[in-house]
Write a protein that binds this ligand. Structure first.
Ligand code: MN
Length: 244
């Protein structure tokens, strides 16, 4: 079937067995029928490094993704803020291709800009500082040189801190900044469609940026729903596997 699917913010982890089962079922059924699946970041709740691939939980997920790509569905993965350490070993094991953030694609004749979305949350100055640090290749190299158990402990600490900080941050600060969205679209010559995740605020926004009509589609997360965006020749529709 000529369909392309987009998902993000699945936040897979062993502590969420129901979402894990739902996701594996989604791969084996809905996605198997599609020509391409784009995972736009935060597939995992966290990723400490590709040396964590032998973990049995990770092996189950890799097997599901590998079966999918071997059956002929193209698989693209973009880093999120939680799984930005997913590396080439993971991609190879899954038969996936890593996409830079942002990426421009042609989708049934339409130019579409893809991004995870965290870079657009510029009102959260403290987060952007943290983001710059963890995207620094030198920082990543030093971090990955530590033993896996140390990395996992540090990530657990960071996650706890982030949860605490989030409770003090306003809703507005954690959303995308309209100026940052306009700038990004301008940098790419105003593509008619931008798709991103990260904020978990599933919605479709019609934008007019200096005379250019653009739509911004925000993907949903996988907590109360199993939402995905289904695109074909006729356009894009939000779907929810929990509703079917
Ligand atoms: Mn995110």
């Amino acid at each position: 079937m000529n369909q392309t699917l987009f998902i993000s913010d699945i936040h897979l982890c062993e502590e969420r067995p129901q979402i894990t089962a739902l996701f594996l079922d989604f791969l084996a059924t809905t996605v198997k029928q599609a020509e391409t699946l784009y995972i736009l970041g935060d597939l995992f709740e966290y990723w400490a490094g590709d040396d964590d691939l032998p973990d049995p939980y990770h092996q189950r997920l890799v097997a599901g993704l590998q079966t999918l790509s071997a059956s002929g569905t193209r698989l693209y993965v973009m880093h999120g803020n939680r799984d930005l350490l997913l590396g080439q070993e993971f991609m190879q094991a899954c038969g996936a291709r890593l996409l830079p953030d942002p990426t421009v694609i042609e989708l049934y004749g339409k130019t579409v800009l893809l991004t995870h979305g965290d870079k657009l949350c510029t009102d959260d100055v403290k987060y952007q500082e943290f983001r710059r640090q963890v995207h620094d290749p030198a920082w990543q190299k030093t971090f990955l040189a530590q033993p896996l158990a140390n990395r996992k402990a540090q990530i657990a600490g960071m996650r706890q801190q982030s949860e605490q900080e989030k409770s003090h941050k306003s809703e507005a600060i954690m959303d995308v900044n309209a100026g940052a969205v306009a700038r990004l679209l301008g940098e790419y010559d105003f593509p008619p469609l931008l798709i991103h995740g990260h904020t978990h605020r599933m919605n479709r926004h019609a934008l007019n940026i200096s005379g250019h009509q653009c739509e911004r589609i925000v993907l949903g997360d996988w907590y109360e729903s199993g939402s995905y965006l289904e695109c074909g020749m006729q356009g894009c529709v939000m779907q929810d596997i929990m509703a079917t």
